[in-house]
Design a protein around this ligand. Structure first.
Ligand SMILES: [Mg+2]
Length: 154
């Protein structure tokens, strides 16, 4: 476990935080290998190597797990079916806001609950100690002003 993650877990546990046993995990690119692109939102890919075992192990160990996806809520049932098929773990789909998630089911949602950690293939770790906003987005391939040149505002 990384130092920051261990420290965060200890801090949450000592504070009795409801987040202390919850992991939030992104779906596409972390659990589900979307190896042929978006395909209109179809959930078609194989599991990312190690993902099924990790979910099963964490669930058996008493962790509460939430899969948070940017997919539209209409696609969450497909995500849940895929997760159940590959992990044999129960899921619950919920569009309600969960500040926290505790339960034996894997929550499928697009609302981020509190957690020890967020596992996401597109995340940027932000820390003041590492430079905060001065360095957080330094790895992006274009400057804040150049994004308009990529096609204009959305
Ligand atoms: Mg992703």
């Amino acid at each position: 476990m990384s130092t920051w993650l261990l420290e965060r877990a200890r801090t949450l546990a000592l504070a009795g935080s409801p987040s202390r046993r919850t992991l939030v995990i992104d779906f596409d690119g972390v659990v589900h290998d979307q190896n042929d692109g978006w395909r209109g939102g179809e959930v078609y890919g194989p599991p990312i190597p190690g993902a099924v075992q990790e979910l099963q192990r964490r669930s058996a160990g008493g962790w509460s797990l939430a899969i948070v996806t940017a997919r539209h809520h209409d696609l969450h049932d497909d995500v849940a079916r895929w997760v159940e098929k590959h992990t044999a773990l129960p899921t619950v789909v919920c569009a309600q806001r969960h500040a926290y998630w505790h339960g034996p089911e894997i929550l499928v949602t697009n609302v981020k609950p509190g957690a020890v950690a967020y596992v996401d293939d597109n995340a940027v770790r932000f820390t003041l100690a590492a430079g905060g906003w001065t360095t957080a987005l330094a790895g992006l391939p274009y400057s804040p002003d150049e994004v308009l040149a990529l096609g204009g505002p959305a």
